[in-house]
Ligand binder design. Structure first.
Ligand SMILES: Cc1cc2nc3c(=O)[nH]c(=O)nc-3n(C[C@H](O)[C@H](O)[C@H](O)COP(=O)(O)OP(=O)(O)OC[C@H]3O[C@@H](n4cnc5c(N)ncnc54)[C@H](O)[C@@H]3O)c2cc1C
Length: 428
């Protein structure tokens, strides 16, 4: 939680357009349950919901508000697969394992859409596809190889290459030379999804507590003990679902992720939206330091990205992110910016999520910018593993990314150096 201050959640478009949600109480006293979940983002809420549906008694502790972390402030882009593309997965893990990992990344997208439909969550879901926009001609060769690999190795027919004429019709800027359209992608309102999922969990019997940060966790003879400042939960199992905000509650797992600040703006509603993103797709570009954008339900452009070389937020988040937006869309230079905010993305060394367990605590984090689909799916896999069906959880745990060397003190300078290098590479 140490990382989330000063990032302007209170000035986010999502909070301004949030559905009603009755605040949960602060935990008081010493209570018992089968499962204690720490973290009220999509990983934690989904783990809680799936566990209660399986007959567990479940307590969820959120240190701030439900959806207060990345789950309630992200770009809302639904992108099937993994952060590593199919070609990279095959080169690194071989065709067999690459296919198994990729299939889980596709299933994550189906699970997300199923949760929205099953619980009738009002979150502006658009299954309009995700476009990767190519910024340089060399990207087109990579895209051709990727589409071929997706079809041949992954048996994935939903991705098609986009040529320079098609991309010009897709996006109202002359900055791109082609792209890749994934028809299974899309976008949604992330905070309303998280709140809707939490409401479904509450209705199913999960006991939610907000403003109740877990300060001490222990494995005990009978399970786990989780202590807040004034109260505690004893349970058979625990779930650590704090992602980039878990901090040093469990330093052994925090070493596997790098927290990276990322910033967004939402413009005023745009009368000319159809000349910018006429097919209402989610778009991200092929830069290493990605620009990503999409329309909101009320036709604002929600634009995120840019380069930030230190983990601390820029003094003026709106000016910082808007400068990147107008580089892509000069036509937006004089439009009003109604909202600006930031969040913390957790990135792993291999860009694969980090799943595992420490005694009776299960955890999943480090989705490396693809957590919209992966977080809810991870909650499902954790609940499966707790019930003894750990095949898919174990597959992910087998590919656990290595820790970053040197702990927090070294990680920040390493991050700055890495960002500078990749930003330079983008420019070249
Ligand atoms: C700016 C931004 C843009 C992004 N855009 C996209 C995108 O477009 N597409 C995509 O796929 N992914 C995107 N992501 C990534 C995605 O949002 C995350 O991977 C995902 O939301 C992580 O969900 P989570 O539940 O694991 O963590 P979070 O949503 O961060 O939830 C963790 C929760 O745990 C709580 N917590 C932490 N420690 C404690 C404690 N000790 N006690 C109690 N509670 C605690 C926090 O308060 C927080 O609410 C983006 C992320 C950011 C920050």
């Amino acid at each position: 939680m140490e990382f989330n201050g000063g990032l302007g959640f209170e000035r986010s478009y999502y909070l301004a357009s949030a559905n009603r949600f009755t605040a949960a109480p602060v935990l008081e006293g010493d209570i018992e349950a089968d499962l204690c979940v720490i973290g009220g983002g999509c990983t934690g809420v989904s783990a809680a919901l799936h566990a209660v549906r399986a007959g567990y008694t479940v307590v969820l502790l959120e240190g701030g508000q439900i959806g207060w972390g990345a789950s309630g402030r992200n770009g809302g882009q639904i992108i099937p697969g993994l952060r590593k593309n199919a070609v990279e997965l095959v080169n690194r893990y071989g065709a067999h394992d690459a296919r198994r990992l990729f299939d889980l990344g596709v299933e994550a997208r189906y699970v997300l859409v199923d949760l929205i439909r099953r619980h009738r969550i009002d979150c502006d879901l658009k299954s309009t596809g995700h476009l990767t926009a190519a910024v340089k001609p060399a990207d087109l060769e990579d895209i051709a190889r990727e589409v071929e690999c997706l079809a041949r190795v992954m048996d994935y027919p939903h991705a098609v290459p986009v040529d320079r004429f098609q991309i010009a019709a897709e996006i109202g800027t002359d900055g791109y030379c082609g792209g890749l359209l994934d028809r299974l992608g899309g976008h949604y309102h992330p905070l309303n999804f998280t709140l809707g999922l939490a409401e479904a969990a509450r209705q199913a019997g999960v006991r939610l507590f907000e403003q109740s940060p877990a300060l001490i966790i222990e494995n005990t003879a009978s399970g786990v003990l989780v202590k807040t400042a004034t109260a505690s939960v004893s349970a058979r199992f625990g779930v650590l679902a704090g992602d980039a905000l878990l901090g040093q509650l469990e330093p052994g797992i925090a070493r596997h992720i790098m927290p990276v600040g990322n910033y967004l703006v939402a413009t005023e509603p745009l009368a000319d939206w159809a000349s910018l993103v006429p097919n209402d797709r989610a778009v991200s570009d092929s830069r290493f330091v990605v620009n990503y954008y999409r329309l909101s339900a009320d036709r604002r452009l929600i634009f995120g990205g840019g380069e930030r070389y230190t983990p601390s937020p820029p003094a003026d988040i709106a000016a910082f992110a808007a400068a990147h937006m107008t580089r892509v869309f000069p036509v937006l230079a004089n439009r009003r910016i109604d909202y600006a905010w930031g969040g913390v993305v957790s990135v792993t060394r291999s860009r694969l999520p980090h799943f595992g367990r420490r005694g009776n605590f299960f955890f999943a984090h480090g989705y490396s910018g693809l957590g919209v689909a992966w977080s809810s799916f991870a909650g499902l896999l954790i609940s499966e593993a707790m019930r003894g069906t750990a095949e898919r959880f174990d597959l992910m745990a087998r590919f656990a990314p290595q820790a970053f060397p040197g702990g927090r003190i070294l990680r920040d300078p390493l991050y700055v150096m890495a960002m500078l290098w990749y930003a330079l590479r983008d420019r070249l």
